[in-house]
Write a protein of this length. Structure first.
Length: 109
């Protein structure tokens, strides 16, 4: 298993950083204001409609340890021009039915 260091935590799988506090809806989170973004392995990712994406955000688990929140989904274009705080955003991620979970929970499976 390869482990890559990104930010405060080691990310086990290449993922794109998001802030889960920026949920537009229960299953949609802001992804990028540009058509590209660097993933946790340093790769430049170019988004397209329906593109599968793996996302993460830093969090503190119930035990007080730093632990990534992770999710899987697809890139979607979302018109957020009516929201003055988000009108610059081009891409969002529609999170799949598994929702958002701690990365630790994935390792237990």
């Amino acid at each position: 298993m390869k482990i890559y260091k990104w930010g405060l935590l080691k990310v086990i799988k290449a993922r794109i950083y998001v802030d889960f506090n920026e949920l537009v809806d229960y299953d949609i989170v802001l992804l990028s204001k540009d058509n590209t973004k660097i993933d946790s392995q340093g790769n430049m990712i170019t988004f397209y409609e329906g593109m599968p994406v793996s996302i993460y955000s830093n969090d503190i688990a119930e035990n007080g340890q730093m632990e990534n929140l992770v999710a899987e989904g697809i890139a979607i274009k979302q018109d957020l021009s009516s929201n003055p705080h988000w009108k610059h955003v081009k891409w969002c991620c529609r999170i799949d039915s598994n929702g958002i979970m701690h990365e630790f929970d994935l390792r237990k499976e």
